[in-house]
Design a protein around this ligand. Structure first.
Ligand SMILES: NC(=O)c1ccc[n+]([C@@H]2O[C@H](COP(=O)([O-])OP(=O)(O)OC[C@H]3O[C@@H](n4cnc5c(N)ncnc54)[C@H](O)[C@@H]3O)[C@@H](O)[C@H]2O)c1
Length: 262
């Protein structure tokens, strides 16, 4: 793990900062005045990514829970925010997925996030920092994804957020989560990407797929003093996608028909 460029400014650790929502979050937190500690297992992605100037790059796989994610970080660095953004998914269903591969996902998402959180919380408590921790969950913490490794890991983290909020509240450390809906981080299907995007957008009340920045802005707000009395809460950032359900399927066209005839 290589760590460079430490400082005494307020800092924010973002896991999975090399791409997508993590990268956008790094920018939102830098704009809010934090020195970003950008953690990613892919050092190449960190180096290539257009991270905020002065970011501290940390090559670390959160699944490696024996390694200290902040080892070697300057003692003067004051971490005031942690964004547990990493969340992996195998992509196969229960019947397709060998147990060992399911265990790898659960280990990374749940135990890996636990380990990073423990390291940062120890740092905050030692310095009496009244910090903020935000987990990046998913609508699939409570809605079926047909990828149970992923959805059950998000559900477990949703409970972890509530446990931590209660345990760390007395120390002034707030713990919350965001649950993004469909966010375009460039991982859609390579074939008919525009069609896929349009079909996804049609399910969203606000009529568009989300951008990483839509999520990053809410994460930055949760880290800010504006959210100083908010803990143990999840904020959906989904343009209303959560509320799409079977009734739209049954009656959506009927409503359109009514509109046409009235
Ligand atoms: N994109 C979406 O539509 C969406 C929707 C809901 C929730 N989310 C959640 O948002 C988070 C980020 O998703 P994204 O789409 O921006 O991802 P992404 O694939 O665009 O970027 C993920 C980054 O995390 C890094 N990473 C992966 N595993 C790691 C590990 N074990 N240790 C350290 N770094 C690791 C990758 O190298 C990459 O740079 C995830 O938790 C995901 O579940 C995404």
């Amino acid at each position: 793990m290589a760590i460079e460029g430490v400082s005494t400014e307020p800092a924010a650790v973002v896991t999975g900062a090399g791409h997508g929502i993590g990268l956008a979050t790094a920018h939102a937190l830098a704009a809010a005045g934090y020195r970003v500690v950008a953690v990613d297992r892919d050092l190449g992605a960190l180096v290539k990514a257009d991270l905020p100037e002065g970011s501290v790059l940390v090559e670390h796989d959160i699944a490696d829970v024996e390694a200290d994610a902040l080892a070697g970080l300057d003692a003067g660095l004051r971490i005031e925010a942690l964004v547990n953004n990493v969340g992996v998914m195998d992509g196969r269903s229960f019947l397709e997925l060998p147990v060992a591969d399911a265990a790898r996902v659960l280990h990374t998402n749940i135990v890996g996030s636990w380990a990073v959180t423990r390291t940062v919380v120890d740092h905050m408590l030692a310095r009496q920092v009244r910090g903020s921790i935000v987990f990046n969950l998913s609508l699939h913490a409570s809605r079926v994804r047909m990828c149970p490794d992923y959805s059950m890991s998000k559900a477990a983290l949703a409970m972890f957020v509530q446990e931590l909020a209660m345990e760390l509240g007395p120390a002034g450390i707030r713990v919350n989560s965001v649950s993004p809906g469909a966010i375009d981080t460039g991982h859609g299907p390579s074939e008919d990407a525009d069609g896929h995007r349009a079909r996804s957008a049609a399910l969203v009340a606000l009529g568009r797929v989300g951008e990483p920045d839509d999520v990053a802005k809410v994460v930055a707000w949760l880290c800010s003093e504006q959210a100083g009395y908010v803990t143990g809460t999840d904020i959906r950032v989904d343009g209303g996608l959560f509320h799409y359900n079977w009734l739209h399927h049954l009656y959506g066209s009927a409503a359109t028909e009514r509109d046409r005839t009235s």
